[in-house]
Design a protein around this ligand. Structure first.
Ligand SMILES: *[C@@H]1O[C@H](CO)[C@@H](O)[C@H](O)[C@H]1NC(C)=O
Ligand SMILES: *[C@@H]1O[C@H](CO)[C@@H](O)[C@H](O)[C@H]1NC(C)=O
Ligand SMILES: *[C@@H]1O[C@H](CO)[C@@H](O)[C@H](O)[C@H]1NC(C)=O
Ligand SMILES: *[C@@H]1O[C@H](CO)[C@@H](O)[C@H](O)[C@H]1NC(C)=O
Ligand SMILES: *[C@@H]1O[C@H](CO)[C@@H](O)[C@H](O)[C@H]1NC(C)=O
Ligand SMILES: *[C@@H]1O[C@H](CO)[C@@H](O)[C@H](O)[C@H]1NC(C)=O
Ligand SMILES: *[C@@H]1O[C@H](CO)[C@@H](O)[C@H](O)[C@H]1NC(C)=O
Ligand SMILES: *[C@@H]1O[C@H](CO)[C@@H](O)[C@H](O)[C@H]1NC(C)=O
Ligand SMILES: *[C@@H]1O[C@H](CO)[C@@H](O)[C@H](O)[C@H]1NC(C)=O
Length: 583
């Protein structure tokens, strides 16, 4: 959850302008049309804006437009295999940005036969109408923090953390309602089922009948939704194309998550792998030894105890940190978010287990700089035009709320019920203080379209079997979710990546990339029960000559190296594009 008061302070303190990231193409120069009217954009890409009905049950009514980018296939026509659509998760992540930054890496993974296609789901980033609860960009930046690491206060932070978070989201929910009334009640149509319908429309205007798709995290919920709504994608024939839901599909996430949580004694299965992932940090650190893991102790449980002591100390007595580029407090919320971030991305050299161990070791010795750097609040950017709402912008949190909360049943919990939910979650994970936040976030949102698709997902007769990928331990989408989804789609196969972290993109695995390619190119699934090793260690020996590529073993072929780099690059960018963990 975000702390609004905290954010206000930051707004004043860090108001300097910096350059924009990806967006060096002006989408407003494109006119939306019902076909694919490709225009050159970015560098080597083509862009178009596709008109779709805002409300598919009223096709004569208002339209929405979907921003689509592609890196066109370079194969001869006879080897052209059509588009692969990609969704980076969230909901709220921009598929356009993900592909603009990664198109090349996708080509390396899947080969030149495909159009690599990114689209911003309706309401997100460059698609319109943009989901927006605010009248001006200044208001948005004032109320919604860009620092993802501080938007989830620990419910343990103070005795009023829950009630303040709840109140913040009541406010945001009321702003959503007010803005929606003034904008023709469009928010009810910003739902996963409509995004699936848009994907079908995109596939059709490409001239194909069946979707080829890769989605990670929430993208797998979207894929499972599509597969449920359109199991044979228009009933047909001909093209041997397929629907791939790479990564952990969680049928109880998104739709059932919020509802089943309230109905069952403990609906917190999405947290099932979190504590195991933390144990992997303790075990990995212990196994790596003091040279490679600075937070080392003679047993894994001693490392755990040392972390508990450090956490208690920071909770009792937060630490103020001032660095040249930033400043802030290391308090309970900060520390726990930094730890959780590392669990999501454990192999990352900037925020994974190695820098976490370094930061914790320094912190234990009284130097907070390195730990702070892991969650430092990014420099605030003043909006270029503060007075008007820009046509396109990053709107992760608003999009998340409108889509994820809008899909689910209304959350009308009292504060006492929310408290019970959080404490009940502790039976599954010690991180329930952070991971209960989606329910709190949704408690203020009251826009739900009657009749929207709410699951359950599953289809007996899907036209091409799904490939589901699950990490051994995934703190955002537990492995059990992939298994459960596989049961809902008979014929699908779960490919397990033997790693910690959120989504298979966290770690390079030439084994996995090979299966991806075989699946998309040849339509071949791995044998059930296949487990892929990864090509990186949790605590690599960076001084070892053999680790210059931080890989476990020498790579066999040029092709393998290309796939590996592609996988890593995709992972990095996608995580940035989504900008929100877990969801
Ligand atoms: C929506 O788009 C369709 C197809 O381009 C067009 O015929 C129709 O006029 C549009 N509707 C509105 C309300 O603009
Ligand atoms: C958070 O609070 C709960 C309930 O009081 C407690 O069981 C748990 O140990 C606390 N966790 C942390 C990290 O402080
Ligand atoms: C909670 O759910 C998890 C996963 O579904 C299950 O393993 C566990 O036994 C449940 N715990 C309780 C207390 O019901
Ligand atoms: C604290 O650690 C940082 C590196 O993380 C180092 O640059 C700095 O000099 C240290 N400060 C003190 C007082 O040791
Ligand atoms: C809360 O929502 C549930 C369904 O989601 C409904 O059955 C119940 O009546 C609601 N309670 C209140 C007090 O509105
Ligand atoms: C939570 O942490 C405590 C103390 O570190 C540990 O004993 C307990 O097993 C943890 N709970 C879970 C569900 O892992
Ligand atoms: C499943 O699909 C195939 C081909 O699409 C069709 O021939 C078959 O009748 C379907 N089976 C069921 C049970 O719907
Ligand atoms: C696809 O199958 C052909 C024929 O079996 C094989 O030569 C080729 O290597 C396969 N391609 C991929 C990407 O698996
Ligand atoms: C790391 O690699 C260096 C160079 O090969 C070697 O001297 C050192 O012993 C290794 N350390 C560990 C812990 O394996």
């Amino acid at each position: 959850m975000l702390s609004l008061a905290f954010k206000r302070l930051r707004f004043i303190a860090l108001c300097i302008t910096t350059a924009q990231a990806v967006s060096d193409f002006d989408w407003q120069t494109l006119t939306p049309s019902p076909g694919l009217d490709w225009k050159p954009c970015y560098s080597g890409f083509q862009c178009t804006r596709l008109t779709v009905p805002l409300d598919y049950s009223a096709p004569q009514g208002s339209n929405a437009s979907i921003a689509i980018v592609r890196l066109p296939s370079t194969a001869p026509k006879s080897e052209y295999r059509g588009p692969i659509l990609f969704n980076p998760g969230g909901p709220g992540g921009s598929g356009v940005d993900a592909i603009v930054e990664n198109g090349e890496a996708f080509v390396n993974t899947f080969g030149p036969g495909f159009d690599i296609v990114g689209f911003d789901p309706r309401g997100i980033s460059y698609s319109t109408p943009i989901i927006s609860f605010f009248n001006t960009e200044a208001e948005r930046r004032f109320l919604i923090p860009s620092a993802t690491n501080i938007i989830y206060p620990s419910l343990n932070q103070s005795s009023h953390a829950l009630s303040e978070g709840w109140a913040d989201y009541q406010l945001l929910g009321q702003l959503a309602l007010a803005s929606d009334v003034g904008a023709g009640h469009y928010l009810q149509h910003m739902s996963t089922d409509n995004i699936a319908r848009d994907m079908l429309r995109i596939t059709e205007v490409f001239g194909f009948e069946k979707l080829q798709y890769w989605g990670i995290s929430y993208g797998s919920v979207l894929g499972a939704t599509f597969a449920t709504m359109f199991p044979v994608c228009g009933h047909l024939k001909l093209l041997k194309s397929k629907l791939s839901g790479c990564c952990h599909i969680h049928p109880f996430r998104s739709f059932n998550r919020l509802t089943s949580i309230s109905q069952s004694a403990n609906g917190t299965s999405m947290m099932a792998d979190v504590d195991g992932s933390l144990d992997a940090f303790f075990d990995g650190c212990h196994k790596a030894g003091p040279e490679l893991c600075p937070f080392y102790e003679p047993t894994a449980s001693a490392i755990s105890a040392k972390l508990d002591a450090l956490t208690a100390s920071v909770h009792e007595k937060p630490i103020a940190v001032v660095t040249p580029g930033s400043h802030g407090l290391i308090d309970l919320t900060f520390l726990r978010n930094v730890i959780l971030d590392a669990l999501f991305d454990p192999y990352d050299s900037a925020s994974g287990f190695v820098p976490l161990a370094q930061g914790l070791a320094h912190l234990a010795k009284g130097n907070a700089t390195a730990l702070y750097a892991l969650g430092a609040i990014p420099t605030f950017e003043c909006p270029a035009s503060a007075s008007a709402a820009p046509a396109f912008h990053e709107n992760n949190l608003e999009a998340y709320i409108a889509i994820a909360c809008g899909d689910a049943n209304p959350v009308n919990d009292t504060l006492t019920e929310l408290q019970e939910y959080w404490l009940n979650g502790l039976r599954v994970s010690n991180f329930s203080d952070l991971l209960s936040s989606p329910r709190v976030v949704c408690s203020g949102y009251n826009i739900h379209r009657p009749g929207r698709f709410q699951g359950p997902v599953g289809a007996k007769n899907i036209s091409f079997p799904l490939l589901l990928v699950g990490n051994t331990l995934d703190p955002g989408t537990a492995h059990a979710g992939a298994i459960q989804t596989s049961k809902a789609f008979p014929g699908s196969v779960v490919l397990t990546q033997d790693s910690v972290g959120h989504t298979s993109l966290v770690a390079p695995s030439s084994c996995k990339d090979g299966y991806f390619r075989e699946y998309f190119v040849n339509g071949t699934l791995p044998a059930p029960g296949t487990v892929c090793p990864i090509d990186i260690e949790l605590f690599p020996n960076s001084t070892s000559p053999d680790a210059s590529a931080t890989t476990k073993r020498a790579l066999q072929t040029v092709e393998e190296k290309r796939l590996l780099n592609a996988g890593r690059k995709i992972g990095r960018v996608v995580r940035r594009a989504v900008g929100r963990r877990a969801l």
